[in-house]
Design a protein around this ligand. Structure first.
Ligand SMILES: [Zn+2]
Length: 319
């Protein structure tokens, strides 16, 4: 085979390896920039039933059916106000439901504008307990709660919600959109790559003991439901640190990569403990050894120190 042919063949293999690309149409965007070419917010159309709204680094999804509209996390009062205005340009159907992905205020604030229109707020039952224990005036109290799974229906579009135990917080659920079959896992699994440096390395409210089983259940769901892809709840890096991309849609492989990310960090700390490295020295030891430096995209020494410390604490205490 001639060199040129070999290169062509390699390029075809690489393209196949990258998986299918997804069609997205930009419906609206702000004039104000976030940074570089990225606008402060944008709305993308995925199908006639499904849209994605990104505001700064955060994203939610919008489902439109014959009987009405389902929104997910309102994000902030400002974001919700923009979304409310823009959604009315896309559809005149009523906003019937707002579904919470979990209970962290940076995702679920700002829903009042939808409550005022009669929307019903749906969340896992533990999210309601969290709200009762620690209410925020900016977060609308969930109206309807469930234990294991739940389906919100608006005619020819629906949102399935699955609870697989505590993970990123104690009530995060996996969203699956129908009929389009896209998965959304708030704060984790941001396309294009699950090996990205995570945002909140302190994992303050994360139930690490159940993280790996949570992702395994999500991977199984993706296979069972033949999910087409994952919609990222945050922006992410592509190939190199700080090369930020919107990360709207990617392969479901990102869920497995996210599981491997946590597994690799847990394994690295366990090996250091087994070697007899003193717990308080483990973060410095792993950084000096360059562990995972080449594996994690956007490897950030400061964040990794925090993450190693958090995982050390988990492996010593079980929490
Ligand atoms: Zn969160």
């Amino acid at each position: 085979m001639r060199m040129k042919n070999i290169i062509n063949l390699l390029m075809i293999i690489m393209l196949i390896g990258c998986g299918k690309s997804f069609e997205l149409t930009k419906v609206a965007e702000s004039e104000a920039p976030l940074f570089g070419k990225m606008k402060l917010w944008e709305i993308e159309k995925i199908s006639n039933n499904l849209y994605a709204f990104r505001y700064t680094f955060y994203r939610n999804i919008i489902l439109i059916g014959d009987d009405g509209i389902i929104l997910t996390d309102p994000l902030t009062p400002e974001a919700a106000s923009i979304l409310n205005k823009e959604i009315k340009k896309i559809s005149n159907k009523p906003i019937k439901y707002v579904a919470y992905s979990h209970s962290h205020w940076d995702h679920v604030s700002g829903g009042q504008i939808f409550k005022d229109q009669g929307a019903e707020f749906v969340a896992h039952e533990q999210c309601l307990n969290n709200w009762l224990d620690n209410p925020s005036p900016k977060v609308v109290k969930p109206d309807k709660v469930f234990k294991d799974d739940y389906k919100i229906d608006v005619g020819n579009a629906s949102l399935e919600m699955y609870f697989y135990g505590p993970s990123h917080d104690n009530c995060r659920v996996v969203f699956l959109t129908q009929p389009d079959r896209f998965i959304f896992i708030a704060d984790d699994a941001n396309p294009p790559d699950g090996m990205n440096m995570i945002y909140g390395a302190g994992l303050a409210d994360t139930y690490i003991f159940n993280l790996i089983p949570f992702f395994q259940s999500s991977e199984l769901l993706a296979r069972k439901k033949r999910a087409k892809g994952v919609i990222g709840s945050h922006m992410s890096f592509k190939n190199e640190p700080m090369n930020l991309v919107s990360g709207t849609i990617g392969s479901t492989r990102v869920i497995k990569q996210q599981r491997l990310f946590y597994q690799l960090v847990i394994d690295a700390v366990q090996i250091a403990i087994d070697k007899g490295v003193s717990p308080e020295l483990i973060p410095d030891y792993l950084i000096e050894q360059g562990v995972l430096k080449e594996t994690i995209i956007g490897f950030d020494e400061k964040k990794m120190r925090v993450l190693y410390k958090r995982i050390t604490n988990y492996l010593l205490t079980g929490e």
